[in-house]
Design a protein around this ligand. Structure first.
Ligand code: G4P
Length: 296
C-alpha cells in the first residue's frame, strides 16, 4: 500500500460498536443506587477519559464517587498524578492502584471512609455504628474491575446474596465488618461512537486488533508517541528521523529490526504488530495516552 493510500485510509480508522445492554444496566444501577453509599469507578490510568462510561456521572447523580486509576504500573506517573489532582479539584476522590502488585490497594478503605465521613457521622448519630458501608464497583470491560475485587476481597470471600427489593443474583463481597462491595450489575460500555476513544482502547489492547487495520493503528500510535514520548522511542529503537510522517517512522523502526521484505521494503505489518506489542507490554516505557489538558 502506498504512503498516500495509507494516509487516506487513516482518516477512516473507526471501531464498530455494539450497544449491548446499556438500557438494562442503566435500569439495574438506578434500582440499586438507594442501597449503596458510594460508587468506586475503576478506569485505566493510561486512558482515564476513554476508559470511562460516558453516562456514569449522570447515572450515579450525587452519590459519593471514588475513581481508581488502575494499571498505574503501566502509566506515566506524572500524568497520573495530574489526573488525581484534577478529580480532586472536582470533589471526586481518586487514587492510583496497581492490581498486578497490589500497590495502592491499601489506600482504598481509608479513601472510602474519608469520602463518606459525613455518612459515617450520620450513622453514628443514629446509633447505627455497626452498619457497613456499601460501595458499588463499576468500570467498562478490561479496566481490571475483577482483578481489583479479587485483590481486595479475596476469592474466598465472594458471595452471591439476594437482598430485599434487589434483582436476584447481585454479587456482594464482604471486605470486613465495615465495608461491602457490589460488582456492577450489568455491563458498562465505553464511548465507542467517538473514534478517538475506540482508537485508544485499541492501542491498549482493550479492543481487539482484528477489527482495526494494524498498520494504521500503529501509525496513529507513532504519531502520538513521536509528539509526546520521542525520547522513549529513540531509547528503544535508536535514532529516528522525526521529520518523516508516521508511515515513514514505522518503516524506519521496522528496518532497524530487520523486518525487510523483497526489494528492500519494510514489512510494515510485522513492524506494526511489534510496535503495538511493545507498547502494550511497556517495553517502550511507562506511557499515558491521555493528558488532563487535552481530555478533561
Ligand atoms: P475486568 O474485570 O475489568 O474486565 O478486567 P480484569 O480484571 O479481567 O483485567 C483485565 C486484564 O488487565 C487482565 O489481563 C489483568 O491481569 C490485567 N490487569 C488488571 N489490573 C492490572 C494492573 O493494575 N496492572 C497490569 N499491568 N495489568 C492489570 P489479561 O491479559 O486479560 O489476563 P492475565 O494477564 O491476568 O492472564
Amino acid at each position: 500500500m502506498s504512503n498516500s493510500e495509507k494516509q487516506r485510509e487513516q482518516q477512516e480508522v473507526s471501531v464498530q460498536w455494539f450497544p449491548g445492554h446499556m438500557a438494562k444496566t442503566r435500569r439495574k444501577i438506578r434500582e440499586i443506587l438507594p442501597l449503596i453509599d458510594a460508587v468506586a469507578e475503576v478506569v485505566d490510568a493510561r486512558i482515564p477519559y476513554s476508559s470511562r462510561n460516558p453516562e456514569i456521572n449522570q447515572l450515579i447523580g450525587n452519590k459519593p464517587h471514588i475513581i481508581l486509576l488502575n494499571k498505574s504500573d503501566m502509566a506515566d506517573k506524572e500524568v497520573t498524578d495530574r489526573w488525581i489532582r484534577h478529580y480532586k479539584s472536582q470533589g471526586i476522590a481518586a487514587i492510583a492502584i496497581d492490581c498486578k502488585s497490589g500497590r495502592g490497594i491499601n489506600l482504598f478503605k481509608d479513601t472510602v471512609k474519608t469520602a463518606l465521613a459525613e455518612r459515617l457521622k450520620a450513622y453514628a448519630e443514629k446509633g447505627m455504628t455497626g452498619k457497613p458501608l456499601r460501595v458499588m464497583v463499576v468500570g467498562i470491560p478490561n479496566v481490571g474491575k475483577s482483578s481489583f475485587i479479587n485483590r481486595i476481597a479475596g476469592r474466598s470471600r465472594a458471595k452471591v446474596e439476594n437482598r430485599p427489593g434487589v434483582t436476584r443474583g447481585n454479587q456482594w463481597f464482604t471486605i470486613d465488618r465495615q465495608l461491602e462491595l457490589l460488582d456492577t450489575p450489568g455491563v458498562l460500555w465505553p464511548k465507542f461512537e467517538d473514534p478517538a476513544v475506540g482508537e485508544r482502547l485499541a492501542f491498549t489492547g482493550a479492543v481487539k486488533d482484528r477489527i482495526l487495520d494494524t498498520e494504521l493503528l500503529a501509525m496513529r500510535l507513532l504519531e502520538y508517541l513521536s509528539k509526546n514520548y520521542a525520547q522513549l522511542l529513540v531509547s528503544r529503537y535508536g535514532e529516528l528521523d522525526f521529520e518523516s510522517d508516521s508511515y515513514g517512522l514505522l518503516c524506519q523502526i521496522g528496518k532497524k529490526r530487520g523486518m525487510v521484505i523483497k526489494g528492500g521494503e519494510t514489512d510494515t505489518e510485522r513492524a506494526a504488530n511489534m510496535l503495538l506489542e511493545e507498547y502494550r507490554s511497556c517495553k517502550i516505557g511507562l506511557i499515558s495516552l491521555e493528558s488532563v489538558d487535552d481530555n478533561a
